[in-house]
Structures are given as structure tokens and as C-alpha cells.
Design a binder for this molecule. Structure first.
Ligand code: SF4
Length: 356
């Protein structure tokens, strides 16, 4: 693959970027933005779509792809909004994974991995990943393929398929990207003046979405779906809830606005409760540590994991619910407690949704 094609597919590669800057005679962020001003609007429109939950496709033209990648990164660093950058980074992460998974040249797989601090070695049609690199990036919950106990080990390495390498490298990319765009950067006044006009809309869209989240109202356990109540009951009765159940519980409570400390309280009754580890896991799942913010699983996913109890509720069994949050929203509208503070607070410790 030629360098220009390579950076069209992997726009973050240093070698490609150096060449790109030389050719575009951009010696500073300002000159780069001025030379590519038309692409700023494209990047802003794309971020708007991402925030609306729409799909985006990246240009296949290497020059446009690199310009888009860099401008979006500059904008996200300028806005420094964790929520907005996480939503966008997930799209880049997905594109990288798809490209790596179909990558035919082991040399390129090695190069991309190396730039993301995952040094792999080829061995036949498999790859050796040092165990520390593997563990650092194998943090995706519910992914059996990334559990260390499911790996073949050899001389301090995980012997992995290209598919597993792609998953590990995409996580390394995501972490690095989020770290980069959330760093404090002082932008020169001219850049500040130039970007201000473009990014206002995006920043306020991010605020709007957060506001909408807050509009789910104060905590209303009466509106919890049966699948969630089952997990809470299991934990209250001292049963060991599965990893997938705990993951669902945390994502759900986080999404309806509970702070991490409040989420932690739900774990107090589980037999293997270890505060430090649970805290770490909650931070990881909610993206408040160094992880990314995970979404709440859909009814379909919960059903496939054996965690759906739709027969316990009329609304669920009506087939009109495809997501536990949809259930919560619907029940909340008819059964919303009033909170003067407007903030999320525990309003009811005795749940009654099962009786509804
Ligand atoms: S239908 Fe959805 S919300 Fe209802 S119990 Fe099943 S998974 Fe939960």
C-alpha cells in the first residue's frame, strides 16, 4: 500500500502525517486550518450527526480523510468536552477496527500496533502480544474473546488471531485518542478566534443532550424494568450476580443520572463486595475513570444473555419495549415523583414496579 493510501485508512500514523504536512506546507495549526477552512464545516457537521446518534462515513480520499481526522481532533481538543469526544472517538475506534480486521499486510498491522504502543510479533498466521499490553487493553466488558483465561499463552505473550489483535489495538487507539483530546492545550489567539465561530453549536448541542439526560428526572425505582429489579433482588438476597448483570446495572443507573457513589450503594449486599474493585469497575464502565462510557444494553442483548423477564410486566410483554431505558422513560412519565431540588436523588427505597 502506498503511503498516501495508508494514511487515508489509518490517518493517525506519524509517517503519513509528516508527509502530509510537508506537502500541504502547513507549519502551524493556524496555517493548517486556514489551508483547510472548507473542511472545518464538514467536521462540525459530522460531529453534529454523531451527537444526534446518526451514522457517519469517512471519506475514502486520503487527503480529505487526513484533513478531517486532524481538524476534528483539533476541534475536540479545543472544546474539551469528555461526552462529545467520547461519542466521536467511538466512531473512529469502530472504523479502525474494521480496517484492521480486514488488513491483509502483517507489516501494516505491526506498524499500526506499534504506533499505539502495542508491539506484536507475527508467528505464522497468529500474532504474539505481550501479556501486559494485552491486559492493559483487554478491558471490554462482556467480550469473552478478550478474557485472559480464554487465550493461548507462550513465553509471556498471548498468541492471538488477527481479529483479537484488531480488538486490542482499537482499545489502545481509543484510550490514546481520549487522552489526547482531553489534554489542556493553550491555543493561539488567532486559532481561538477562528474556531470560536464554528464550534459554538457543537458545544451547546452537547450541553442539550446532557440536559435531556437530566430530564429523566429524579431517581424513580418504581419505574425500573423487571430485568433490572431481578438483578437488584438477587444482590439483596446475597446471590452472586453475573458480570453481565452488574455491567447492565451500572450502565443503566449511570444513564439515568446516578453519581458513582450512589451506584456503589447497590453493590453493598453482594457477597464478594470489595469497595475498591467495585469503585474501579464503576468508573471504568461509566467512563469517569480512564475508560469509555458504555451504553446500556438493549432488550435484545439482555434477552440473549438470559436477563430479560418480560413476562413479569404487561408493557414488556406487549412487545412495545426495545430498550430498558424506553421502559423507564414510559413508566416515569406516568409515575414521576416530584423533586424540588431537581437533582437526582433517591426517592423511594421500596420498589413496587413488579406489582404494576
Ligand atoms: S423487555 Fe426489555 S425492559 Fe423488559 S424485562 Fe426484557 S429486557 Fe428488560
Amino acid at each position: 500500500m502506498k503511503t498516501e493510501d495508508l494514511i487515508g485508512v489509518y490517518p493517525f500514523l506519524k509517517r503519513g502525517l509528516n508527509k502530509y504536512f510537508e506537502e500541504n506546507k502547513s507549519t502551524s495549526i493556524l496555517s493548517f486550518l486556514v489551508n483547510n477552512e472548507s473542511e472545518i464545516s464538514v467536521a462540525v457537521a459530522q460531529l453534529g450527526k454523531v451527537l444526534e446518534g446518526e451514522e457517519i462515513t469517512f471519506s475514502t480520499d486520503p487527503d480529505k480523510r487526513v484533513a478531517n481526522y486532524l481538524i476534528t481532533k483539533v476541534i475536540l481538543t479545543y472544546i474539551r468536552d469528555y461526552f462529545i469526544s467520547a461519542r466521536y472517538a467511538i466512531k473512529e475506534r469502530k472504523a479502525l477496527y474494521e480496517n484492521l480486521d480486514k488488513e491483509k499486510e502483517p507489516r501494516i498491522l505491526k506498524q499500526v500496533s506499534h504506533e499505539l504502543n502495542v508491539d506484536i510479533d507475527q508467528q505464522g498466521d497468529r500474532y504474539l502480544i505481550p501479556i501486559p499490553s494485552f491486559l492493559k487493553n483487554a478491558v471490554v466488558f462482556n467480550d469473552k474473546e478478550l478474557k485472559l483465561c480464554n487465550q493461548e499463552l507462550k513465553d509471556g505473550n498471548v498468541v492471538a488471531s488477527k481479529h483479537v489483535v484488531a480488538k486490542i489495538v482499537r482499545e489502545a487507539f481509543y484510550k490514546k485518542y481520549m487522552q489526547d483530546v482531553n489534554e489542556v492545550v493553550e491555543f493561539p489567539t488567532e486559532v481561538d478566534n477562528m474556531l470560536k465561530g464554528y464550534v459554538g453549536q457543537i458545544a451547546s448541542k452537547g450541553r442539550e443532550i446532557r440536559q435531556e439526560r437530566a430530564n429523566l428526572g429524579p431517581l424513580n425505582e418504581k419505574a425500573f424494568p423487571p430485568c433490572l429489579l431481578e438483578i437488584i433482588d438477587q444482590m439483596k438476597n446475597g446471590a452472586n450476580a453475573s458480570h453481565a448483570s452488574r455491567f447492565f446495572l451500572v450502565t443503566f443507573l449511570h444513564r439515568i443520572g446516578l453519581p458513582n457513589d450512589e451506584i456503589l450503594k447497590y453493590f453493598g449486599d453482594v457477597p464478594d463486595f470489595a469497595e475498591k474493585i467495585t469503585k474501579y469497575q464503576i468508573e471504568h464502565i461509566t467512563g469517569t475513570g480512564r475508560g469509555r462510557e458504555y451504553s446500556v444494553p438493549s432488550c435484545q442483548t439482555l434477552g440473549s444473555l438470559g436477563l430479560c423477564y418480560k413476562e413479569r410486566d404487561q408493557l414488556c410483554s406487549s412487545g412495545k419495549i426495545s430498550h430498558p431505558l424506553g421502559f423507564y422513560r414510559t413508566k416515569n412519565l406516568v409515575n414521576r415523583p416530584v423533586s424540588k431540588s431537581g437533582s437526582v436523588d433517591r426517592v423511594d427505597k421500596t420498589r413496587g414496579a413488579k406489582e404494576e
